[in-house]
Design a protein around this ligand. Structure first.
Ligand code: SF4
Length: 224
């Protein structure tokens, strides 16, 4: 359990989570109007593969690999038409290339066999794809305009804790807490707002509280 900024918010009289969430979203949306997924893709299939490749890698790294990859592999069948070693070489720079090549090929097989070669949109279907865990499924569903959950990555976890929106460490429990307070219409953009705020302002080690638009609403602010 993390240090509870939920209790700290109460102590500082910052108001309940449900009251703070709307101004938090508005302020972040104004501050990071460019907040969106950093991966580059042009189709549902490219989105799915990009998100799978981004596990344990950076979006920048993935974006360096995918232009050539997507020019070569255009359909689920293309990923199965080459020897696995060739696919491994093509995604090598994203790290964990053996594991990822295996997951991508497994996923392509299921797409062909069970989904007519299309990327499904329901979370419960996405998680049946090999190597697609809940976080990946949430990212894909949200980008396809069908957010059914809230993506929790390292930035979302830290920010949600600091803003006193959860007292949990476990991503599933954090997601459940966020789903209770974040309006459903904001489930897709909320994680992007936290991710970009985490990158630009609320750094893990050195949060720039003196520059932060959420300072008045944040129980973790170091200015008080
Ligand atoms: S006030 Fe500080 S701790 Fe709170 S969100 Fe802003 S930068 Fe992070």
């Amino acid at each position: 359990m993390s240090r509870s900024y939920v209790a700290e918010a109460r102590r500082r009289g910052l108001g309940r989570r449900r009251e703070r969430i709307e101004p938090v979203i508005e302020l972040l949306a104004a501050e990071h109007s460019d907040a969106e997924i950093a991966l580059r893709f042009r189709s549902d299939l490219e989105l799915l593969v990009s998100v799978m490749l981004s596990a344990q890698s950076t979006d920048v790294n993935v974006n360096k690999v995918t232009p050539a990859l997507f020019a070569k592999y255009r359909t689920p069948e293309d990923y199965l038409a080459v020897p696995v070693e060739e696919l491994e070489r093509d995604i090598y720079a994203t790290g964990f290339f053996r594991q990822k090549a295996k997951a991508i090929r497994g996923t392509m097989r299921v797409l062909i066999e069970d989904f007519d070669g299309q990327v499904p949109r329901r979370l419960e279907e996405l998680v049946t794809l090999p190597g697609v865990a809940r976080k990946t499924a949430n990212v894909v569903a949200a980008e396809l305009g069908e957010a059914q959950g809230i993506v929790v990555d390292t930035h979302v976890r830290r920010l949600a804790q600091r803003l006193g929106l959860t007292r949990h460490e476990n991503p599933v429990k954090i997601e459940r807490d966020l789903q209770r307070v974040v309006p459903r219409a904001d489930w897709a953009r909320f994680p992007h707002l936290l991710i970009w705020h985490g990158r630009r302002v609320c750094d893990a080690r050195r949060p720039l509280c003196h520059e932060c638009v959420l300072e008045d609403l944040c129980p973790a602010s170091r200015l008080r």
